[in-house]
Design a protein around this ligand. Structure first.
Ligand code: NAI
Length: 329
């Protein structure tokens, strides 16, 4: 069973290669190219392709993969908003994901971002390096006894809820389904009530038509002044232009983003020599209360190992034609 591994990084090889002897019969060829319609034909002769969050696994790509005889798509991530699931089903292509490989990895980064923007850690770090020991611009607030609002209380949202409880916060949540594991300490409320009551809002729901731009100016106006917003889920949950409008209205004590709308093209690339012609992200970064990281929520040793293990198991299952809970098509 041969897998063509798109957009491969050194850390991918480091986590996949040591496991290969436990999965006999699987061979992987790693390539730098991203999966998109232009590169899909490279998969000719492979049984499966392996792709990540920035791949374009839309209808065109799937059609080309299908023409080239590739019947398995292994997503080495939990989110699959970049996959045209209906098209895959229509073509009889199996799509497998890695759900919940390490919810704590993402939740811990979410809290890291919340703390960093609250206490302006990125500024403090640079100030001290410059021999500036003044405290100007660094005042934050206690999280203790404040209210954390978790939007989407699945695996990562639940991990974030537990972390917030550990900080002594009151935790409220919004989800269509209440998570029974959280019933002792999370109060479920409507989305509007969550916006109105939260001092820290952390987004953990998937990107769907129904969640696209859920953070827009109308909803931002429902939030408390001085709220902290963290998004480690998917960029398009937030309307960036309207977020900027909200920042200019002085709504936010801080905004921490591991994901943002313009990230495709940036993610995992060194673009420090590029002149950004039309970047909204650059405008976001000009604000002192915004911190952006580059989709690194998953990037811990434990999470990478779990992703590799499950992806290879997904390949084994696919080769036997076994359907599992990891199948989305
Ligand atoms: P999950 O499936 O366990 O939980 C998602 C929760 O969102 C579910 O409880 C679901 O009912 C809820 N939900 C669905 N629609 C909603 C809506 N309209 N409003 C409120 N809640 C809604 O997923 P998990 O593992 O917790 O992952 C959440 C998201 O985190 C993924 O979809 C992915 O986009 C993102 N993610 C980001 C990573 C990063 O590196 N920054 C890494 C892994 C995941």
């Amino acid at each position: 069973m041969k897998i063509l591994f798109y957009a491969a990084k050194v850390y991918d090889k480091k986590s996949f290669d040591p496991l290969m002897e436990r999965f006999p019969g699987i061979e992987i060829d790693y390539i730098d190219h991203e999966l998109e319609p232009m590169t899909a034909a490279l998969a000719e002769g492979y049984d499966a392709i392996c792709a990540f969050v920035s791949a374009d696994v839309g209808a065109k790509t799937l059609e080309i993969l299908n023409e080239k005889g590739v019947k398995t798509v292994l997503m080495r991530c939990a989110g699959y908003n970049n996959v045209d699931v209906e098209k895959a089903k229509e073509l009889g292509i199996t799509v497998k994901i890695v759900p919940g490989y390490s919810p704590e990895a993402v939740a811990e980064l979410a809290m890291g971002l919340a703390l960093a923007v609250n206490r302006r850690l990125y500024k403090a770090y640079n100030k001290v390096r410059e021999n500036d020991y003044s405290l100007r611009g660094l005042r934050g607030v206690n999280f203790y006894k404040k209210t954390a609002g978790i939007v989407g209380t699945g695996k990562i949202g639940a991990a974030m809820a537990r972390i917030c409880r550990g900080f002594g916060m009151k935790v409220i949540g919004y989800d269509m389904y209440e998570n029974p594991a959280l019933k002792d300490f999370v109060e479920y409320v409507s989305l509007d009530e969550l916006f109105a009551r939260s001092d820290l809002i952390s987004l953990h729901c998937p990107l769907l038509d129904s969640t696209y731009h859920m953070i827009n100016i109308e909803n931002i106006k429902k939030m408390k002044d001085g709220v902290i917003l963290v998004n480690t889920s998917r960029g398009a949950l937030v309307d960036t232009d309207e977020l900027i409008e909200g920042i200019r209205l002085n709504k936010f004590l801080g905004v921490g983003l591991d994901v943002y709308e313009e990230e495709t093209g940036n993610v995992y690339e060194d673009r420090s020599d590029d002149i950004m012609m039309h970047s909204v992200t650059a405008r976001l970064l000009s604000f002192p209360n915004v911190m952006i990281t580059s989709h690194q929520g998953f990037y811990t040793l434990e999470a990478l190992n779990a992703i590799a293990e499950t992806t290879l198991q997904n390949m084994m299952d696919a080769s036997k034609g076994e359907r599992t809970k990891n199948d989305v098509a």
